[in-house]
Design a protein around this ligand. Sequence first.
Ligand code: HEM
Length: 229
Amino acid sequence: MTWLFQFWRSSIGGKVIMAITGFLLFGFVIAHLLGNLQLLSGPDKINAYAKMLHDLGPLLWVARIGLLAIFVLHVATGIRLSRANKAARPVPYAREATLQATFASRSMVLTGLSLLAFIVYHLLHFTLGVTNPEHYARKAAGAGGHDVYAMVTTSFSNPAIVAAYVVFQVVLFFHLKHGIQSLAQTLGLSHRRFMAMIQKLSFLLAAVLAGGNAILALSVLFGIVKAAQ
Ligand code: HEM
């Protein structure tokens, strides 16, 4: 166990852990968006999908606890690496490239912590039904307690909630864009030959994922996806 802790404490170990956990979380964001896109096919599809997930029973809990562990490790390692970076160089370099790197990594901590706040809100909203119990009640009232379509569409009929989701998708965009670039760097792909391609690819992937989530919320608000009666 000590060697594992020492690996986590080392600078290279920290980067490897950030890359692996970041990659897994990236996979979750893709899978979650693909699942949510079923909103566009109407209530039956997304409700059947939610029921299928809930019917996994204990397996769903294993996945949830695994996701939480990956998330906690990602946040804790990110904060530790950023502190170590700051401690190693209390006075920043004068060269512009390094200043840009410092800004990027500082903004990662900021966008990361903002996403943490979003996820806490999101769980209180959709998974635990604390922030808007009236939305959550619509889910429970559906057949077998799985009317996720009614819960999500009632929520996104509220402009303030949609505005909050859209703002957090902008934050998600910046976090993913830089995260994908960092992952490429850890994998040794930071050669000048690849840089332009990695920058374009990270922009595109982050825009599709964050934009996809934002478009879903806006589609309900503007009546493209019909709100449940
Ligand atoms: C328009 C965008 C989104 C919609 C409509 C949406 C919808 C939902 C719904 C309905 C649930 C609860 C599922 C249930 O209990 O049956 C959920 C859970 C969750 N969402 Fe989202 N989500 C969105 C964006 C995001 C984003 C951007 C993230 C993370 C970056 C995220 C992370 C999570 C997590 C971690 C859970 C908990 C999973 C679980 O309870 O098993 N969601 N989401």
